[in-house]
Design a protein around this ligand. Structure first.
Ligand SMILES: C[S@@+](CC[C@H](N)C(=O)[O-])C[C@H]1O[C@@H](n2cnc3c(N)ncnc32)[C@H](O)[C@@H]1O
Length: 276
């Protein structure tokens, strides 16, 4: 599939994602959380689209030593949950970029809601082609998104370019543990934009080829495998809302594909966190 088509598919997929602005507004209402007095802390229970929520961000903050003086970039930031969490906790300025405009708009509205719009900024952009100048950021994070970008060399060259010489990146990503048969459930791989996952060695080598020094790599596959069951249940609890917003067909497809990763695929994935 050509890169343009892939980008369009990713945008379509994430524009119809069960975790979205309207769904967050609904859940806040259901939990009697007033929009007038909502805090970042209470919003952060609902606005994150990666495994293990704020615990996972705390690990990145600690590993990367993120401080007030740092300018941070969240690559593929979705609706900005991580951007806001870091900005609030570390009192630094955080930028988020994402391909899906509707998610960037949601991120901006949510930042305004919790009064973090002066220290957070969001741009709709492709991670492989950022408009930032060289050496723009001190720290860069990314969570569960880069697997969908096929040209890792181009991606990490661009990441290296925008990072300062003393900069560090920390990321969680899905990689290939055992070889994946993409024909087994093609709709799943197509939906999630997964075409050529790298294995651990190739992933690390690509980072090194682009100039990075690897400090730490951690396998979270077992941990994630256990989390996926809960996550499937969470998406299941959103079933009616997802049907109402995007139709029965999309909800059925989502359920089928998420069930597939939860039940059959999880052991193929290994997570990699590289602090560089
Ligand atoms: C699973 S979500 C993770 C969102 C976010 N990192 C978080 O933890 O809440 C993956 C995100 O990657 C974005 N994405 C996919 N391909 C991208 C690309 N080439 N450039 C920028 N963003 C991209 C999608 O729009 C989506 O919001």
């Amino acid at each position: 599939m050509r890169n343009n088509n892939r980008s369009e598919k990713a945008i379509e997929f994430y524009s119809n994602h069960p975790i979205n602005y309207n769904q967050i507004m609904d859940v806040l209402k259901e939990n009697n959380i007033s929009l007038d007095s909502i805090t970042q802390e209470s919003l952060s229970k609902y606005d994150q689209d990666h495994y293990d929520g704020s615990n996972a961000i705390d690990i990145l903050i600690k590993e990367l030593g993120i401080q007030k003086k740092h300018k941070v970039l969240d690559l593929c930031c979705g609706i900005g949950g991580t951007v806001r969490y870091i900005a609030d906790k570390c009192k630094c300025s955080v930028m988020g970029i994402d391909l899906t405009n509707i998610r960037i708009e949601a991120a901006r509205k949510l930042s305004k809601l919790v009064h973090l719009d002066d220290v957070t900024e969001y741009i709709t952009a492709d991670a492989c082609d950022m408009l930032f100048q060289n050496d723009s950021f001190d720290r860069l994070v990314s969570q569960e998104a880069l697997y969908a970008i096929p040209d890792k060399k181009k991606l990490f060259t661009e990441v290296y370019r925008v990072l300062k010489t003393s900069g560090k990146i920390g990321l969680t990503d899905i990689i290939e543990l055992n070889s994946v048969d993409y024909n087994e459930n093609p709709s799943y791989y197509e939906e999630w934009n997964i075409y050529n996952l790298l294995n651990k060695d190739r992933y690390i080598n690509t980072l090194k080829e682009c100039g990075f020094k690897i400090v730490k790599v951690e396998d979270l596959s077992l941990f994630w495998k256990n989390l996926l069951k809960k996550r499937y249940e969470m998406y299941n609890s959103l079933k009616l809302k997802t049907e109402k917003q995007f139709g029965n067909e999309l909800q059925a497809k989502w359920d089928k594909n998420y069930r597939f990763i939860r039940l059959t695929r999880t052991f193929f994935y290994e997570d990699q966190k590289a602090s560089i």
